[in-house]
Ligand binder design. Structure first.
Ligand code: URP
Ligand code: ZN
Ligand code: ZN
Ligand code: ZN
Length: 475
């Protein structure tokens, strides 16, 4: 036989092209594209379906221990299972260092957490919270070489944030070693000031999280991250951008020729601060940072997706159960917004939301959908061309979409371990009907069809987009 699997007559869509062809798969890889005659163990009829690269969710949090006692609902089993059901074949969650911990110990810890559990392939970004001499001189250079070529830094959260000098040190290290730096850009002191003001007025309900996390604080930190990166001459990626203020800074930097990349997430398209303003404590379900803004911000985020300001569309899945003393109700229902675990679930709904709201409603075309959800993240995080495209030699990570299927988002139909979705009741057109990871079916009709432990750890190469422009001033 020539193939293990043959996908016939689908409309193949990549970041660059769309054409009807057959895909021949052998040993987990794509080995043929064209008009291929039979001779396969299994033949899949994709007539009428769209055949796209499996999604890469380059920003999600799984089984991440929190300092305050909150527990994430999803581990590497349930999280990657729900990813597979949503058409995603690679996830890049975080291996987070806590202050005082060696970075290598953090990475080892997350390997233990993920070992034998993942339904789809996975890599790790690191979170660097304690850039000691040892981390900068020994651990990071070695870990980047070993396949952990990206890491996130924070400008806010007391237990995570770096000061500007620490940011410069980390950026200089990234430049020397070829790592991709992701930045959570919010100004911590602005948020602390506004929080104090709100709490003094007794404004502690979940909604006030959105007021404390002002878009001005996001804009300032975005501008600062860009300026520090320009000073060092190294690319930087601003994660989970929420609205026009930060977008304007990124567009400004890109217009000046700086390698500044941007990421946004479904919550900034689908939610607003009003979703935090609900009866009782329910607004806690939509507490995330940065918070969703307003309809004008949603429009600005769409426009930035359309025009290429954003390269990456991720979920920022940060799973906390709502009705749970280890989740959103960690500190009870009368807790101040400052004590609500931040984050919302989205691994399984990410692709369908952008497909329906973006492609079907003709705000973005299908090739840009593929670029944002698979190809660009693969390139930016050093997984391309093994992942993120449909090409000969690439892994057979493929999602077949029925562009006409209608569905309604119901948490009871999702496969994460969270007890709610912020998108309950949302009506969608287009859904993944079959997802293959390295040639093996991992989900069918939105239901799991693979097994935990199938997913493999991926070593990331030094990303080409992380290279400096070469205008070093002696760093
Ligand atoms: O609120 C959020 N986004 N929580 C997840 C952690 C992060 O900063 O991405
Ligand atoms: Zn963040
Ligand atoms: Zn995040
Ligand atoms: Zn407090």
């Amino acid at each position: 036989k020539r193939f293990d699997t043959l996908i016939k007559n689908g409309l193949i869509i990549t970041a660059a092209d769309r054409y009807t062809a057959d895909i021949g798969i052998r040993d987990g890889r794509i080995v043929a594209l064209g008009q291929e005659p039979g001779e396969a163990d299994e033949t899949i009829d994709a007539d009428g379906l769209w055949v796209m690269p499996g999604g890469i969710d380059a920003h999600c949090h799984l089984d991440q221990p929190l300092g305050d006692g909150a527990v994430m609902a999803d581990d590497f089993d349930t999280g990657t299972r729900s990813a597979a059901c949503g058409g995603t074949t690679t996830v890049i969650p975080f291996a987070a260092q806590f202050k005082g911990q060696s970075l290598r110990a953090a990475v080892a810890d997350y390997h233990q957490r993920s070992e034998g559990k993942a339904w789809v392939d996975y890599a790790f970004h690191m979170i660097v919270t304690d850039p000691t001499e040892k981390v900068l001189k020994e651990e990071l250079p070695a870990l980047i070489e070993e396949g952990y070529s990206s890491f996130k830094i924070y400008l806010t959260y007391d237990d995570l944030k770096l000061n500007d000098r620490e940011v410069l040190n980390v950026l200089a290290l990234a430049r020397r070693e070829g790592g991709m730096v992701m930045v959570h850009a919010e100004n911590a002191d602005c948020i602390a000031y506004l929080t104090e003001l709100l709490e003094e007025q007794g404004k502690t309900a979940p909604y006030f999280h959105a007021e404390a996390h002002s878009s001005i604080a996001e804009r300032e930190a975005t501008h600062r991250a860009i300026s520090l990166a320009e000073l060092i001459d190294v690319p930087v990626l601003i994660v989970h951008v929420s609205g026009p203020e930060a977008i304007e800074q990124i567009r400004w930097a890109q217009g000046r020729g700086l390698r500044v990349y941007g990421e946004t997430c479904p919550q900034y398209l689908m939610l607003t601060a009003d979703d935090l303003d609900q009866p009782g404590f329910d607004g806690a379900m939509c507490v995330c940072s940065p918070p969703p803004r307003d309809p004008a911000a949603q429009e600005a985020v769409w426009q930035a997706l359309e025009t290429g300001v954003f390269q990456v569309f991720s979920s920022d899945h940060a799973p906390f159960r709502y009705d749970d003393p280890k989740g959103k109700k960690l500190n009870g229902e009368s807790a101040s917004f400052t004590h609500i675990p931040n984050g919302i679930p989205g691994l399984e709904t990410r692709l369908s939301i952008l497909f329906s709201e973006g492609v079907i409603k003709e705000r973005i075309d299908a090739t840009r959908f593929v670029a944002l959800t698979a190809t660009n993240p693969a390139k930016i995080y050093g997984l391309y061309p093994r992942k993120g495209t449909i090409a000969i030699g690439s892994d057979a990570d493929i999602t077949l979409w029925d562009p006409r299927a209608r569905s309604t988002v119901r948490n009871q139909d999702l496969h994460h371990a969270v007890d709610y979705t912020p998108y309950e009741g949302l009506e969608l057109i287009g859904r993944p009907v079959l997802t293959l990871c390295r040639g093996t079916v991992v989900s069918r009709d939105g239901a799991p069809a693979g097994s935990p432990g199938y997913g493999q750890f991926l070593e990331c190469e030094r990303p080409q987009p992380a290279r400096p422009r070469g205008m070093s001033k002696g760093f």
